[in-house]
Design a binder for this molecule. Structure first.
Ligand SMILES: NC(=O)c1ccc[n+]([C@@H]2O[C@H](COP(=O)([O-])OP(=O)(O)OC[C@H]3O[C@@H](n4cnc5c(N)ncnc54)[C@H](OP(=O)(O)O)[C@@H]3O)[C@@H](O)[C@H]2O)c1
Length: 336
C-alpha cells in the first residue's frame, strides 16, 4: 500500500484571534492508507480545489458551517480516480468529484461522490466552471438576482472562479457586464477574453469615478464577492429597485477589524433587495445549473482560466496567494 500525504489544520490564524492565515497554520504529514468499508471507495486525488470559504472554517466564529477541528485534514473539493470500490455505484478507473480534502488519497462514502464526464470538459473544470464556483455564479445571478435584458450587472473579483462566470452569464442574459478586478492585466482579460463590457481596476485609485463611468446608467445588479470599500462604493451607484447578491466578502476574511460600511442608506432610498446565499443550500438547483453551464461551455460561450500549483506541499502557499489575489482564474493544486 502506498503512503498517503495529507495537509492538516495545525493552528488557528492569529492564535484564534483572526488575521492573516500563514503557512505554519498547516502541517504536512504521511499516514498509512486505509481500505474502504462497505459503500465506500478509495480515490487517488488528481486535483484539489482551493476556495476562499476554507479560510472561514479556520476560525471559531459562528458561521453557516461548523469550523474545522485542529488536527483534521483540511476540507476541500477534489477530483480523482477510483482505485478500489465497495459500492456498486463505482468501479476502479471511474473519475469522480467529491470533497476528500487536502490529501493525495481519500476514502469517501459513495453517496458523497459523483462521476464526471471528461468528454465534456477536462477533469479540473468540475472544480471550477462546471463545479461549485460555476454553480454559485448560476444560483446567485440567475435564481437570486434575476437580471433582465439591458440591465447593468456589476461583479467584483471578476477574473476569479465565480466572478468570471457571473459576467459571462450576464452577457448571455443580454445585460451590460461590468467587472471589478485588481490590476490592468486581469482587467484586460476580463474584457478581452471573457467579453465583459468594461472592467474597473480597483487598485488604480479612482474606484468611484471609474465605476460610475463603466456603469453610466447605474447598477441594477451587484454580485458581491469582495465586500469592504468595493461594496461600499458600488452601493453609491445602485439604481432604484436594484438587487444585491451577497455571495462573499473575501476582503474581510483575514481582517481583524471589519470594514465599517458608510453607504447603507442606499438600500433604503433605492428600495434595494439584498440577499446572501450559500450555494450548498440550493442543491435542488445544481443539476439544472450544471447542465446549462456544460451546454454554454460546449458552445464556446463560457471561457475560463486556471492557476495551477504543483504538488500537495504547494497548497498552503497557493491558498494564501489566492486570498491575496495572486491567482488568475480558478486556483487548483495538481496532485499527480
Ligand atoms: N456563497 C457561496 O455559496 C459561495 C460559493 C463560492 C464562493 N463564494 C465567494 O465568492 C467569492 C469569490 O470566490 P472564488 O472562489 O471565485 O475566488 P477567486 O475570485 O477565484 O479568488 C479570490 C479573489 O478575490 C480577490 N480579492 C482578494 N482580496 C481582495 C481585496 N482585499 N479586495 C478586492 N479583491 C480581493 C482577488 O482578486 P483581485 O486580484 O481582482 O483582487 C482574488 O483573486 C469569495 O468571496 C467566496 O467566498 C461564495
Amino acid at each position: 500500500m502506498p503512503v498517503n500525504r495529507q495537509i492538516l489544520f495545525a493552528s488557528r490564524p492569529g492564535g484564534g484571534r483572526g488575521g492573516w492565515v500563514t503557512e505554519d497554520n498547516f502541517r504536512l504529514v504521511e499516514s498509512p492508507l486505509r481500505s474502504p468499508a462497505e459503500k465506500q471507495v478509495l480515490v487517488r486525488n488528481h486535483w484539489l480545489s482551493l476556495d476562499p470559504y476554507m479560510r472561514g472554517r479556520m476560525d471559531e466564529a459562528k458561521s453557516y458551517a461548523k469550523g474545522a477541528e485542529l488536527g483534521q485534514v483540511m476540507v476541500g473539493g477534489t477530483v480523482g480516480e477510483v482505485l478500489e470500490s465497495k459500492s456498486p455505484k463505482f468501479k476502479p478507473g471511474d473519475r469522480v468529484v467529491g470533497a476528500l480534502g487536502w490529501q493525495e488519497y481519500g476514502v469517501g462514502d459513495a453517496a458523497a461522490l459523483a462521476k464526471i464526464d471528461t468528454s465534456i470538459a477536462p477533469a479540473s473544470c468540475y472544480l471550477g466552471v462546471l463545479g461549485m464556483p460555476g454553480v454559485t455564479a448560476w444560483v446567485g445571478l440567475l435564481d437570486i438576482a434575476q437580471p433582465k435584458e439591458g440591465e447593468t450587472v456589476v461583479v467584483s473579483a471578476a477574473s476569479g472562479a465565480v466572478g468570471s462566470v457571473v459576467g459571462q452569464l450576464a452577457k448571455i442574459c443580454g445585460c451590460r457586464a461590468v467587472g471589478i478586478a485588481g490590476g490592468p492585466v486581469k482587467c484586460a482579460y476580463v474584457t478581452g477574453e471573457l467579453g465583459f463590457d468594461a472592467c474597473v481596476d480597483y487598485k488604480a485609485g479612482n474606484l468611484h469615478a471609474d465605476l460610475e463611468a463603466a456603469a453610466p446608467k447605474g447598477i441594477d445588479v451587484c454580485f458581491e464577492n469582495v465586500g469592504g470599500e468595493i461594496f461600499d462604493t458600488a452601493l453609491r451607484l445602485m439604481n432604484p429597485f436594484s438587487r444585491i447578491t451577497v455571495c462573499g466578502l473575501v476582503s474581510q476574511y483575514n481582517a481583524t477589524e471589519p470594514y465599517a460600511m458608510k453607504n447603507l442608506r442606499s438600500i433604503l432610498v433605492n428600495r434595494i433587495r439584498m440577499q446572501g446565499f450559500i450555494v450548498a443550500d440550493r442543491m435542488e438547483l445544481w443539476p439544472r445549473a450544471k447542465t446549462e453551464l456544460a451546454g454554454w461551455l460546449k458552445a464556446g460561450r463560457l471561457r475560463y482560466r486556471e492557476s495551477v500549483a504543483q504538488g500537495l506541499e504547494a497548497a498552503p502557499a497557493a491558498f494564501i496567494g489566492m486570498l491575496k489575489g495572486q491567482n488568475f482564474g480558478k486556483q487548483l493544486v495538481k496532485l499527480i
